[in-house]
Design a protein around this ligand. Structure first.
Ligand code: B12
Ligand code: SF4
Length: 430
């Protein structure tokens, strides 16, 4: 939304972002602003709330637009709640809707050719202090308790098509901000908000290595003293680049390790090996960078033995100090995995799927892994989760103290807030 808002503002449109997650009352704010058009974003996890807001706008007689990953995947469902659905990128499409007074339809949003043409996201329209606290909570493994962390994107797209990932259906071109523009955005975060920590939300921040290295070199040259983390692939790293990244402030890398079974990695079209997973951990340790990762269990045809292989991977990685999260395989709409399940008749009819069953831990109430009964799969999932829990207990006393200080800071902010109810709602929504 901040990208779209910045693009519209640059083109002379008056924009407001109303953010329910940050505690705003959508109905009240919409009535106050009385906009010509309301645009709502949603992932599959948040789409129920998006539909509620869109239905409300309809009642108020306001023209509505929905965009984002869920509407991109299921436009025919989304159009039942909105006048216009934008599939793909929203900046150019939203301006087009306003300029040409488009009233209804499903529109294919054109991707921005040169990302540097986009203005810096309109962070001034949202409550950055709220998001900074949330990110601080997530990044406290490697930032100080006084960190002021911000999120940003330095690229868009991913050339891979892992079957469970939105990239297997969205197929947007891979594009990059130039290193100079990345530094410009970081400097503006430092100047405006006192940022001293960052997380890059790119799918794979190292997919263009020369550009990544140039960014690291500029971070070192400008002495920005930013601590940062990002996600990349196990086949994208090398020791020299990792050492450079460390020098530039990188303290944590996230990997989608996905499985300890090669057959499962092949089935999910990951195009990596279990060996590369282990090698990536060793390289990061050598460069002094903390490693975090995720694994997924519950793939079609996955066996108990293969889940045990993933458990083995978690144990071995844990011995090296790696923190691994376990995900229950979620079949997100329109992905390759979704199509596979549909072809094999293991998907429920779409009208009967309850999107509210998709949540951060379990994400759906069914599993495509039909050869293991769901009750047994749940037990295996919990067992695997416990392994990661045991790993976390290995944290040092200094880490525990840091967690306590950060949590206390969040608590103090709640107390300081005049509106405790608002914070309670924010936390509930999170
Ligand atoms: C940052 C991020 C997060 C952050 C913030 C979440 C958020 N809602 O933004 C955190 C860490 C909290 C997070 C958590 C999760 N995430 Co996440 N996350 C991302 C990530 C890496 C970047 C999002 C982003 O900012 N993209 C950049 C902008 C430019 O792209 P965009 O959001 O798609 O918006 C563009 C268009 O879609 C369109 N658009 C969007 N909204 C609108 C609205 C209108 C009106 C219009 C016209 C256009 C439009 O225009 C935008 C600009 O071009 C994406 C992957 C990705 N590369 O997008 C995954 C992604 C969104 N996450 C995903 C998932 C699965 C999760 C989790 C379930 C993970 C988990 N198991 O815990 C949770 C669920 C969180 C939730 N409540 O939705 C999936 C969503 C799949 C789906 N169908 O919903 C994605 C797509 C990853 C993937 N590759 O599959 N995530
Ligand atoms: S490499 Fe990561 S971002 Fe790219 S398709 Fe696979 S899971 Fe998605």
């Amino acid at each position: 939304l901040e990208y779209i808002a910045a693009y519209l503002e640059k083109n002379g449109v008056e924009v407001k972002i109303i953010d329910e997650i940050a505690g705003q009352n959508v109905e009240k704010e919409i009535k106050k602003f009385n906009p010509e058009v309301v645009g709502v974003t949603a992932t599959t996890l948040t789409v129920r709330d998006a539909y509620r807001v869109l239905d409300l706008c309809r009642e108020l007689g306001i023209r509505t637009v929905i965009g984002g990953v869920h509407a991109t995947a299921l436009p025919n469902e989304a159009i039942k709640h909105a006048d216009i659905v934008v599939q793909g990128e929203g900046e150019i499409a939203m301006l087009d809707i306003l300029k040409n007074n488009i009233k209804r339809g499903i529109i294919q949003g054109q991707p921005v050719q040169n990302l540097d043409d986009l203005p810096v996201p309109a962070r001034h329209l949202i409550d950055m202090e709220f998001y900074m606290l949330m990110l601080n909570n997530a990044m406290m493994d490697y930032t100080s308790s006084n960190a002021r962390p911000f999120g940003m994107m330095s690229s868009r797209g991913c050339p891979f098509q892992c079957i469970f990932c939105h990239n297997s259906c969205r197929k947007i071109p891979l594009r990059f901000h130039s290193a100079a523009r990345v530094i410009f955005e970081i400097e503006s975060l430092v100047d405006k908000y006192g940022a001293n920590a960052l997380y890059f939300w790119d799918d794979n921040v190292m997919s263009n290595k020369p550009r990544f290295r140039e960014t690291c070199k500029l971070l070192i040259e400008r002495k920005l003293n930013i601590t940062w983390g990002c996600a990349t692939r196990v086949d994208a790293i090398d020791l020299d680049t990792l050492k450079l990244a460390y020098e530039a402030g990188c303290r944590e890398l996230n990997f989608g390790f996905e499985s300890g079974s090669q057959r499962m990695l092949n089935l999910m079209n990951k195009k990596t090996t279990v060996e590369q997973n282990y090698k990536a951990i060793d390289l990061c340790i050598e460069a002094g960078i903390k490693v975090r990762g995720t694994v997924i269990i519950g793939f079609p045809t996955e066996t108990e033995e293969e889940i045990r292989m993933t458990q083995e991977f978690i144990k071995k990685a844990g011995e090296k100090g790696v923190n691994i999260g376990v995900c229950w395989l979620t079949v997100f709409p329109a992905t390759e995995l979704w199509n596979m399940c549909e072809e094999n008749g293991i998907l429920k009819p779409i009208e009967t799927i309850d999107w509210s069953k998709f949540n951060v831990m379990h994400s759906s109430d069914f599993s495509p892994c039909t050869n293991i009964p769901i009750k047994r799969l749940r037990e295996l999932f919990e067992e695997t989760n416990m392994l990661t829990f045991k790993q976390k207990r290995k944290y040092s006393l200094s880490w525990i103290i840091k967690v306590m200080i950060t949590k206390q800071r969040i608590f103090m902010n709640i107390i300081k807030s005049a509106d405790i109810k608002k914070y309670a709602k924010r936390i509930k929504l999170r």
